[in-house]
Ligand binder design. Sequence first.
Ligand code: AMP
Length: 542
Amino acid sequence: MPRLMGQMMQMPLMISSLLVHAARHNGDVEIVSKRVEGDLHRYTYRDAELRSRKLAQALARLGCEEGDRVGTLAWNGYRHFEIYYGTSGSGLVCHTVNPRLFPEQIAWIINDAQDRVLCFDLTFLPLIEKLAPHLQSVKHFVLMTDRAHMPAQSPLDLKCYDELVEAEDGRYEWPEFDENTASSICYTSGTTGNPKGAVYSHRSTLLHAFASAMPDAMECSSRDVILPVVPMFHVNAWGLPYSVPLVGAKLVMPGPHLDGKSLYELFESEKVTFSAGVPTVWLGLINHVKQNQLKFSTFRRTVIGGSACPPAMIRTLEDDFGVQVLHAWGMTELSPLGTLSKLKAKHFDLPKEAQRRLLEKQGKVIYGIDMQIVGDDEQPLPWDGQAAGNLVVRGHWVIDRYYRRDDSPLQDGWFPTGDVATIDADGFMQITDRSKDVIKSGGEWISSIDLENIAMAHPAVHEAAAIACRHAKWDERPLLVVVKKPGQELSKQDILGFYEGKIAKWQIPDDVVFVDEIPHTATGKIQKLKLRERFADHVLPT
Ligand code: AMP
């Protein structure tokens, strides 16, 4: 018997369709951007769609052909948003480069991706002028500003972004092509070795946008005002430049102004309801709001992820400011969203404290992603909330391989995340560590995240990191590195005493060192490798 086939239209999932939909159905909804130039820019989805079409025309005029990579070094703003759509929408590939990486890494990444055009904010002009001689593939350097802000002189043959766009007539139709075509590339921040590129497709990006906007995920709606603090160069701002136009919400972009004061003012003036960012950004915002005894008038929900969100931060945001935290886990290789913590209906009857403990985990997978924890023998471990194993995933928006690498990263069809986690019977996943950061004491594992979470609950602690320190008898023992809150008195004994009764005695750190600052990676994660190097010769008390 021949198989009966479905008889529905075949419409490829095109990134351009998100913006076309937003322009048609929410055409008057605003995109508001704090510019590098210092002022606030506002326009609508209708304007953004037209300018994105003009940009597609301009890039074609510069000689870009299907599949060419267009690099960006830019903050969150409307021009960057236009580049997302003008490139992918016209069959080019948007390559967002993280400007916080070392200059050599930035050059390496641009060369590896073979970017043909490089678009960048004014902030990065000095950097690009320095790097340009090393960027062999780049044919055009486009400064993302208007004529008035173009520099009088530059060693580069600079093009003005606004002039390029404004020279076009917009008579351009978004093309339709295979939905599996590459749409954008992000490089992992790679703490060891060179960064690796994850190449997303139109299909994977759209499916991720659909799934992440759902009520049990980020719960984006047209009634929201959404401000992605997470940069557009950190895994496409977690997909928000796609899922926000999908629902037609107002989009607010902070540009380079990510300090607590600037963010707070933008949240208030634009009536932001929903945001997303890594824990370190919230530290700054919370400090500002607390120190100045401020309140949020419209801000109600935020996604926090990228590294473990300390429970103390979740509680502060909820109890003091009425902001619900959605703790999420993901990675560059997952576009990035994998799991997110939201209660199931049956959990509503639980006592508040039990609910909170669930919500502090990294949460349940969203549909489209499948996960398992496996032992070192690659055999699945039970979902009992106790067994900790290597987290592996597969799904519609998980990479199959890295850009220009022949070897497959997969194990039996699953992507090994490098994270160690538990999963409970309800499917709530909790990351206990990055496998490289686990502290192995006498054959037992100590979760560095657990140690940090407890320290972060101490009122005098600004930030804490737990690392393994070499130990003659136990191989490794935990050392806690602490940044105090300004003006606070805190002794080693205070902190160690704070652990009593909260974890097993043998897991309590052996020592505490106080530092002025903890180093972070380009995506806001604690640089454990650097800390381990710095304290490699630290002598633990006996
Ligand atoms: P990146 O690809 O730079 O986004 O980094 C991904 C890695 O960040 C993951 O493999 C985790 O180690 C870490 N990560 C992301 N979100 C969380 C989270 N909510 N809790 C703990 N670790 C996280």
